[in-house]
Write a protein that binds this ligand. Structure first.
Ligand code: PEP
Ligand code: MN
Length: 381
């Protein structure tokens, strides 16, 4: 795969383009050694070490397991270290994993999703998007327009949401639209405008990739990829994204169950990319007073089922500007690690989703209220 280094990205010390575009499938993820290419006869075992296990004991366990040709993923919690072991079932079952000194328990992951399961890590993951950490104590606010429409539009919105406390800039350059006659996004030019807005504000950018043919291009610009609801089960796209190292936010399909969402995320992790955020963005129900039904049930369920950070998009979830703030606050109260909110400086002229975009001033008010809720539930902003 060719790597291209556009000159306008040269001012980004955090970006190693060659590294980000290595789609060849690597043995090491950003978060440590991973397990690409799990097969249908692979299983995952979780070794939990004793609180008094020494570093030498842990090193010994990992070295021995790797010498058997099995993959390991080491996660360090406050009290214990969890070692995920992945490989062919017959090979793992014959090994005396429980016999190592320092081991407290050995348990198979019986769920259909293995690498995304909470127990695979035994702690919640942090995902780094540029200089922003998602999944830590801080609730991260992502904001920006639905679509990138011009350099002025994205840069001015970026500056105002940044001032109000947003940490990650959103904006679609490739837009999935219900009608082929609607605005489809500015494509590469939109990505360039996003990069300008990043340069003007320092905010990392998240933008949608719709098609494998655009992945290389979008990877050159994005700090975080977005997979839209309509693509949640585009398995070839998920697999290719899994071979990159870029963070990715996977949005729940509008008729997908929570389990479907987890299984789709498993596609990405199984290719080696553990930098995945899951996003609840509303599902279709019989209710038609709102665009979708934001399923906030998904937040505590996902927090219990997976180690991956959870984002909520109240904007698409309810689809009506005046009701977005209430759902944003509810999302944080429910335990979301991040919220994504659409903001536009002239919603009546927006090329997409103007009816659900907040004005910059309303967004500023919302962030202040989100901060109070975050503090009330033991988080910060
Ligand atoms: C978007 O974020 O603008 C978008 C198209 O979202 P979804 O895929 O959730 O509809
Ligand atoms: Mn939108």
């Amino acid at each position: 795969m060719q790597t291209i280094s556009p000159p306008f990205l040269s001012d980004r010390p955090d970006v190693d383009l060659a590294d980000r575009l290595d789609l060849a499938g690597s043995e090491e993820s950003i978060n440590g050694p991973i397990a690409p290419h799990l097969t249908s006869n692979s299983i995952t075992m979780i070794i939990v070490t004793r609180p008094d296990a020494t570093e030498e004991q842990i090193d010994h366990i990992v070295t021995r397991i790797r010498s058997w040709g099995l993959k390991t993923e080491v996660s360090r919690g406050e009290m214990r270290v969890v070692i995920g072991v992945i490989g062919p079932e017959d090979k793992i079952r014959e090994k005396p994993l429980g016999a190592f000194p320092g081991v407290e328990s050995v348990t198979p992951v019986l769920k259909p999703y293995k690498l995304v399961a909470y127990e695979f890590r035994g702690r919640h993951s942090h995902v780094q998007v540029g200089n922003v950490t998602v999944g830590g104590k801080e609730v991260v606010v992502m904001a920006g327009p639905c679509s990138v429409e011009s350099e002025d539009q994205i840069t001015s919105i970026a500056k105002s949401v940044w001032k109000s406390g947003a940490k990650i800039l959103r904006g679609g350059a490739f837009k999935p639209r219900t009608s082929p006659y609607s605005f489809q996004g500015l494509g590469k030019m939109g990505l360039q405008f996003l990069a300008e807005a990043r340069r003007a504000t320092g905010m990392p950018i998240i933008t949608e990739v719709m098609d494998t043919k655009d992945l290389e291009l979008v990877c050159e610009y994005a700090d975080c990829l977005q997979v839209g609801a309509r693509n949640m089960q585009n398995f070839s796209l998920l697999r290719e994204i899994g071979r990159t190292k870029l963070p990715v936010m996977l949005k729940r399909g509008m008729s997908a169950t929570i389990k479907d969402l987890l299984m789709s995320a498993e596609y990405i992790l199984s290719e080696g990319n553990f930098n995945v955020l899951l996003c609840e963005r509303g599902i279709r129900t019989f209710e038609n007073m709102t665009r979708n039904t934001l399923d906030l049930n998904a937040v505590p369920v996902l927090k219990a089922e997976t180690h991956l950070p959870v984002v909520v998009d109240p904007t698409h979830g309810i689809g009506v500007r005046e009701f977005v703030p209430a759902m944003a606050l509810a999302a944080v109260a429910a335990g979301a690690d991040s919220i994504m909110v659409e903001v536009h400086n002239a919603p009546e002229q927006a090329k997409s989703d103007g009816e659900q975009a907040l004005l910059p001033t309303d967004f500023g008010d919302l962030v202040a209220r989100v901060r109070s809720v975050a503090v009330a539930v033991g988080r910060e902003l």
